[in-house]
Design a binder for this molecule. Structure first.
Ligand SMILES: *Cc1c(COP(=O)(O)O)cnc(C)c1O
Length: 345
């Protein structure tokens, strides 16, 4: 099986398992897990933030960050295809009492101009605009990225209006590599940021939320409130540290493989894709002209040994990751091409 459903499907490598097995641990709710503390320090310094907090998942990292930034009744400006709005079970409504002001991004990417238009004036009838949430890379946008210029303009706008910025950086290393910059520079434009350990970095679980010392102190309380306080969690932190040490550079290979997949798909009759738009590890393509909808095409390819996911009625998503080689991509292309030719007959 060539599993292109997500970069979350990776299994820990033998070396990662070794690092987990030999990790020094302690009770992290008491702040005594040395491996968690090491990971938190490393991540904070890598992102140029004062402090960091290990999180069981990216969803909890986003929701704890939002709860820390806003009060019930506050408004959050966000892209309408963002993970926070689309895939987190309305957690912000339930947990924080926030209201979203959704904007149509350009492949998920918001501009300072578009945000400026929806910032509320002080008015007793209106909810106060409090927070801007950005996603970099953007999942439903097909792994699209923010330019440094755009982030700088948004940060300036936020500071002018006393808004906070939270960055969903589940794939921030992918974004930095694609933009030719560092995660620190990207994170410098946000008050809080999280990075996933369980995606491109190949760890089995975990995310890290970063921000000011004051922000992280409050976030720690909300993590406990939501049941995210774990005990000898150094076994997971060790996997994250191993990923940071060994799997960051390999993300470039994921990007090259994604582009190779996009180029190949672009040659096939019935598939619509602009390979130029594939700048990280996520490939979105349209299957309308194959005569099949996304569900049907994906379902039939499962039986041929290629796993992808339907991402809309006629949109399919494929994601490259640590467990996918260039040879796997070539094999997947072969299988898809053969399948399309045989089903066109
Ligand atoms: C995967 C993902 C998350 C959530 O991470 P989980 O660990 O699955 O909860 C948040 N944002 C983006 C952009 C993601 O791709």
């Amino acid at each position: 099986m060539i599993d292109l459903r997500s970069d979350t499907v990776t299994k820990p490598t033998p070396a990662m398992r070794e690092a987990m097995a030999t990790a020094e641990v302690g009770d992290d709710v008491l702040g005594e897990d040395p491996t968690v503390n090491h990971l938190q320090h490393s991540m904070a310094s890598l992102l140029g933030k004062e402090a960091a907090l290990f999180m069981p998942s990216g969803t909890m990292a986003n929701q704890v960050a939002i709860k820390t930034h806003i009060q019930p009744g506050d408004e959050i400006i966000i892209d309408q295809e963002s993970h926070i709005f689309y895939y987190e079970c309305a957690a912000t409504a339930v947990i924080s009492g926030g209201q979203f002001r959704c904007l149509p991004g350009e492949r998920g990417i918001l501009s300072a101009e578009a945000i400026a238009k929806v910032i509320r004036p002080p008015d007793v009838h209106q909810p106060p605009s409090r927070l801007i949430c950005l996603e970099n890379t953007h999942n439903r946008g097909g792994g699209s990225i923010y330019s440094m210029e755009n982030l700088t303009a948004i940060a300036k706008l936020a500071s002018d209006h006393k808004l906070r910025v939270h960055l969903d950086g589940a794939r921030l290393f992918n974004a930095a590599l694609a933009a030719g910059t560092t995660v620190e520079k990207l994170a410098s434009k946000a008050d809080s940021v999280f990075i996933a350990l369980s995606k491109g970095l190949g760890a089995p679980a975990g995310s890290v939320l970063c921000g000011s010392a004051e922000f992280i102190e409050m976030a720690l309380r909300f993590r406990k409130m939501l049941g995210g306080g774990m005990r000898q969690v150094g076994v997971l932190a060790a996997a994250g540290l191993h990923g940071l040490d060994h799997h960051v550079d390999q993300l470039l290979e994921d990007h090259q493989n994604a582009r190779r997949l996009a180029d190949g798909l672009g040659q096939m009759t019935g598939i619509q894709i602009d390979p130029e738009e594939v700048v990280t590890n996520i490939v979105l393509f349209d299957v309308t002209n194959t005569g099949m909808d996304a569900d049907t095409l994906v379902e039939r390819l499962v039986h041929k040994g290629v796993l992808m996911i339907p991402f809309g009625p006629t949109t399919v998503r494929a994601v490259t990751h640590l467990d996918i080689s260039t040879a796997d991509i070539d094999e997947a292309l072969e299988i898809i091409s053969h399948f399309l030719k045989s089903s066109a007959r």
